[in-house]
Design a protein around this ligand. Structure first.
Ligand code: ZN
Ligand code: ZN
Ligand code: ZN
Length: 131
């Protein structure tokens, strides 16, 4: 019974739907889950909170990206100059945490899943999958 429920709960956003089938859950990951997005470069579905790691390491065009030393975000080499001059390129005041790669809001501890969930589901103004 427990396993059945686990199969009907999104492991990323925590959404539970008793009618979820495996296919519907896949569709949720692919199109609807507010914690996920398709990479703009390669189309792979990735977790928004690990977008920098994806772009820097896994993406088919990872050689085009560099890690911003201040924010930890992955920035296209061709846009690095304008990024570094933008108001978004700032170290968080606390010196900790990470920045939303969609709206550039500074979030608290980057490892805190709840902070990411709250931001991406309820707060992020740039997340196209927010309802
Ligand atoms: Zn989800
Ligand atoms: Zn990619
Ligand atoms: Zn955001």
């Amino acid at each position: 019974m427990v396993d059945m429920e686990a199969n009907k709960t999104c492991q990323f956003c925590g959404m539970f739907d008793a009618s979820f089938t495996e296919e519907q859950l896949d569709l949720h990951y692919w199109q609807a889950c507010p914690m996920l997005t398709s990479c703009n470069e390669c189309g792979q579905v990735i977790e928004i909170c690990s977008m920098p790691e994806h772009l820097l390491d896994e993406c088919t065009v990872s050689e085009r990206y560099v890690k911003c030393k201040k924010t930890g975000l992955a920035i296209s080499k061709s846009k690095l100059d304008s990024w570094q001059n933008s108001r978004h390129c700032q170290r968080p005041l606390s010196g900790l945490g990470s920045q939303c790669p969609l709206c550039f809001t500074h979030l608290g501890s980057s490892d805190d899943e709840e902070i990411w969930r709250a931001h991406l589901i309820d707060g992020c103004p740039r997340n196209p999958r927010r309802e």
